[in-house]
Design a protein around this ligand. Structure first.
Ligand SMILES: C[S@@+](CC[C@H](N)C(=O)[O-])C[C@H]1O[C@@H](n2cnc3c(N)ncnc32)[C@H](O)[C@@H]1O
Length: 401
């Protein structure tokens, strides 16, 4: 039996609804939940007045957990794909663990691929950690997650040090960097603070371990992560993913740009669609940005190794735009020393008969193409389906059954 890779993720099973509601252990009507979700969404946007902590936790547990739990499956899939995730039972540290959307998301993504020995979960908020313990029990007892994982929780301010020292095989910082640095007013100060946290976390990794950072997909949060990436490279850390090059991030050329991910096919579980609508949220699937750092020199781009010396790997970093007669998108990778991103264009009339064309790619896909195509000093490359192929993709491909 072949195991499906963790990405693209399977839809959240209905039994998760039971596990989440059992963890809350009190009834909440759909309209009350929609009101709490609207308040919590305003809080995430930096708006809105104070509201009860219990309401925020309820909204996070019943709504944000099932929305966010899939995000970490992409970096996990890329670590597996690169063959760089240790095969021993994994020891995991989750910082800003909250209700566990990231660490329990790793457990879900690794099912059948790796076993997890332990999760050390750290958060400022002891009430959230107590819910995390309950949710793990409720999910494992329903067969939704592997049982037998040792879950240790520690109430601790991650900005003040005192984190467990490891060593860990995987360290997670899921949607928490933005909160740890939120008191700082400038993006530079936030990037510096985030970078200091990341450096401490990289120090807790074993030699073949990886740090996975997930941040919101907003411009500000993503750009802080791009700056932190630059600092990590300057400190000699390895950027494993998502970048397929170790040069400067092209998004930092203009303050209007940022790189992020989305998963348009990954809609909310059916039981939450009405809640999202009543809370006034526009739903297009989850968005996020991420960064995977390592201490060794191993990178996804090397693991995927082009099939011939004259081929290059490039990541699709924008949803393709299809207009009359052509498709355009933006690609990023090891183009040349001076430039790492380029606009790419494919005309409808070339390469007719190919089943996969540029219009079928998604943000996050990785393609390989020839250096003849990429050797350019202009901002554009012209693609034809005859000379590129998709080697990692970001959605359920109908041609793969
Ligand atoms: C948006 S939640 C994310 C929770 C979870 N990691 C996830 O992936 O959904 C951010 C979490 O970071 C925690 N947090 C914020 N600042 C922190 C700090 N200085 N130290 C530890 N945890 C912190 C919050 O209490 C909250 O649980």
């Amino acid at each position: 039996m072949t195991l499906s890779p963790p990405w693209p993720p399977a839809p959240l099973e209905d039994a998760w609804r039971d596990a989440l509601e059992a963890t809350l252990a009190r009834p909440v009507t759909a309209s009350a939940l929609a009101r709490m979700v609207a308040q919590q969404a305003a809080r995430y946007r930096g708006e809105g007045g104070p509201h009860a902590h219990e309401d925020g936790l309820t909204a996070r547990l019943l709504f944000w957990f099932p929305r966010d739990v899939v995000k970490v499956a992409r970096p996990v899939a890329e670590l597996l794909r690169g063959g760089v995730l240790p095969t021993r039972p994994l020891r995991i540290l989750d910082v800003g663990a909250g209700l566990g959307a990231t660490s329990l998301g790793v457990l879900r993504a690794l099912a059948g691929h790796r076993t997890v020995a332990s999760i050390d979960a750290v958060d400022l908020d002891g009430a959230a950690l107590s819910k995390l313990r309950g949710l793990y029990q409720n999910a494992a007892s329903r067969g939704l997650l592997a049982s037998g994982v040792t879950l240790n929780t520690l109430t601790q301010n991650a900005a003040e040090g005192g984190l467990p020292r490891g060593p860990y095989d995987l360290v997670l910082l899921g949607l928490a960097g933005v909160e740890i640095t939120q008191g700082l007013s400038t993006p530079e100060a936030r990037a510096e603070a985030l970078s200091a946290v990341l450096t401490r976390l990289v120090d807790t990794l074993c030699d073949d371990g990886a740090l996975i950072v997930i941040e919101p997909g907003s411009r500000d949060a993503s750009r802080v992560l791009h700056h932190a990436r630059a600092r990590a490279l300057a400190l000699g850390q390895t950027v494993y993913a998502p970048c397929l090059h170790s040069g400067p991030c092209p998004m930092l050329r203009s303050e209007h740009d940022w790189c992020h991910e989305d998963y348009r096919e990954g809609s909310l579980p059916a039981w939450l669609v009405g809640v999202a609508r009543d809370a006034g949220l526009r739903w297009e699937g989850p968005t996020w940005s991420y960064l995977v750092l390592r201490r060794d020199r191993r990178r996804l781009v090397d693991a995927l190794a082009p099939t011939a010396p004259n081929r290059r790997l490039l990541r699709v970093i924008e949803a393709p735009t299809v207009t009359k007669g052509k498709t355009e998108t933006w690609l990023c990778g090891d183009l040349d020393d001076a430039r790492h991103d380029t606009r790419a264009l494919e005309l409808d009339r070339v390469g007719k008969g190919h089943t996969v064309r540029l219009r079928d790619t998604r943000r996050g896909d990785i393609i390989q193409t020839s250096t003849e195509n990429t050797r350019t000093t202009s901002l554009n490359i012209r693609l034809s389906p005859d000379d590129w192929e998709r080697i990692a993709f970001n959605h359920i491909d109908p041609s793969h059954g």
